[in-house]
Design a protein. Structure first.
Length: 508
């Protein structure tokens, strides 16, 4: 093993041990299921903001997005633009009202539980359906994070992908299993900070090291002179159509339906802290998305020779290894920046594991199967669920050729279409009914499955045949179903309407 590999390994071991240590410390503070799922609603502004955004972006931010821009050009940045818009709207319009409503609605600890309490669903239909949707799509989402970790270890250390996958999954599993929400948010805060530092420093240093003219450097790596590589309206040298741009922007619609992000809003200790969180989060995501796009573009000029086809998602890794290559200390620093990629992976996977655990233990086991189960039993079921979900996600991520971008895309669309419209209607439309809510979740989730997975057009899926992102249509299909069914069914009972008005007049 070379000296540089040892230096990077030392950095990784230090980082991973710190995450596990936080898990042990958080375990001592986790006394109840509310602590395990929401940290006792005690998050401060910085932890809430950075943990929400770190859990949001995943390995996609440092591998998927830079890789797609490296390969196809600046036109792939439309996804980043859509996500920025979605982040801003989510913090400004959803965060405060969701936090208020979950408190008013019988102190709801999870998104499915909020839906149940919001609509006074005595038969627990919403609870069961929404929990099932979370488990299905979060399995795919968690698999994308584990795949990112596997590719990272494989590229950096030359470890077999499957062994690397096991190492990453094991560490995430340990601290999530032990410390729950508090461990996840604390580690996410550290990971979000590390991601931001890595995102800022690496492209700046790489740009400074490019010899000669930037355009000439791009030409050396296969970008034709006077090409449209730097244009937002071209991808792979071809005009980017209006439908493709709108599909990319539609990623922003998914934010209001992401349980692992929404739960951070619910857990902030006060509205004053929430206001600070929104400013911090918006600044963080603006800088991070811009820097991730810059990595793809600068990496195309900086790395000589160019990356092989299929290896584009390792552009950030390759840049770090080339910049920080001389001397133990410098290589160790590079190893810490590589931990930024691991941070992105872990910060998303841990949150998704926890949301799955809450859906199974709190929403299905406690609220449906065993209403008399005590708090200790719910905690034990939560930890068992974390293990089971991690194993299933591990199996899904087993294929080393699986695309991080594709896995994230499918999961994001499914959750965004199933939950996004209902969250908006639940918070802002008093006339929404229980049947309308059920119709919205089912129609949104099923639409994405049909659109993305069933070969209905000459052996192709509808997505492959049209190029339209399923979330763009699925979100509005769900929204229409909620509106139509709500208007065609009996208006909500007075108690439900009174709670809605109570949220309007809520004060701490």
């Amino acid at each position: 093993m070379s000296g540089s590999t040892i230096a990077i390994l030392v950095a990784f071991v230090c980082y991973l041990l710190l995450m596990i240590f936080i898990g042990f410390i958080s375990m001592k503070k986790t006394k109840s299921s509310e602590d395990y799922f929401l940290g006792g609603r005690g998050l401060n502004s910085w932890v809430a903001a950075l943990s929400a955004q770190a859990s949001d972006m995943s390995g996609w931010l440092l591998m998927g997005l830079p890789g797609s821009i490296y390969a196809a050009g600046t036109g792939k940045a439309w996804i980043a633009i859509g996500l920025f818009i979605g982040t801003v709207l989510n913090w400004l319009f959803i965060a405060k009202r969701l936090r208020r409503y979950t408190i008013v609605a019988n102190n709801s600890l999870t998104l499915p539980e909020f839906f149940q309490n919001r609509y006074h669903d005595k038969k627990k239909l919403l609870l069961g359906i929404s929990s099932a949707v979370i488990v299905i799509f979060f399995l795919v989402y968690t698999a994308s994070a584990l795949a990112s970790g596997g590719k990272l270890f494989n590229t950096v250390f030359g470890i077999d992908y499957h062994v690397a996958l096991l190492i990453g999954a094991a560490v995430i599993l340990i601290y999530t299993f032990l410390g729950g929400f508090l461990a996840v948010c604390t580690t996410d805060f550290i990971q979000g900070t590390l991601m931001l530092v890595a995102l800022l420093i690496v492209p700046i240093v790489a740009y400074g090291l490019i010899s000669g003219d930037f355009t000439s450097a791009l030409t050396v790596n296969g970008v034709a002179p006077n090409s449209d590589y730097m244009s937002l309206f071209y991808v792979n040298g071809e005009p980017y159509t209006f439908v493709q741009i709108i599909s990319d922007l539609a990623w922003g619609l998914g934010y209001c339906g992401m349980p692992h992000i929404l739960v951070r809003f619910m857990a902030v200790k006060s509205e004053k802290e929430l206001k600070k969180s929104s400013v911090i989060a918006i600044i963080w995501v603006a800088i991070s998305l811009f820097a991730a796009c810059a990595i793809g573009i600068i990496g195309r000029a900086f790395l000589v020779p160019a990356l092989e086809a299929g290896a584009e998602e390792t552009v950030f890794i390759a840049m770090i290894k080339q910049i920080f290559s001389n001397g133990f200390l410098l290589v160790f620093i590079g190893g810490l920046f590589l931990c930024g990629i691991l941070a992105a992976v872990m910060s998303t996977a841990d949150s998704q594991l926890l949301v799955c655990a809450s859906s199974v233990s709190k929403d299905i086991y406690k609220n449906i199967l065993k209403p008399d189960a005590n708090d200790k039993k719910v905690l034990n079921i939560s930890r068992i669920t974390v293990v089971v979900v991690a194993v299933l996600a591990f199996v899904i991520a087993w294929d080393p050729n699986s695309s991080i971008m594709a896995l994230v895309s499918d999961a994001w669309a499914g959750l965004g279409s199933a939950f996004g419209p209902l969250v908006v209607c639940s918070l802002f439309w008093k006339r929404t009914t229980l049947p309308g809510a059920v119709a919205g979740i089912i129609s949104g989730g099923l639409f994405v499955i049909v659109w993305d997975y069933l070969p209905l057009v000459g052996g192709q899926t509808l997505y492959a045949a049209t190029g339209i992102y399923s979330l763009l249509l699925g979100f509005f299909v769900s929204l229409v179903c909620i509106a139509v069914v709500s208007l065609c069914t009996k208006a909500p009972e007075q108690a439900v309407l009174d709670e809605f008005d109570k949220v309007n007049n809520y004060s701490e």
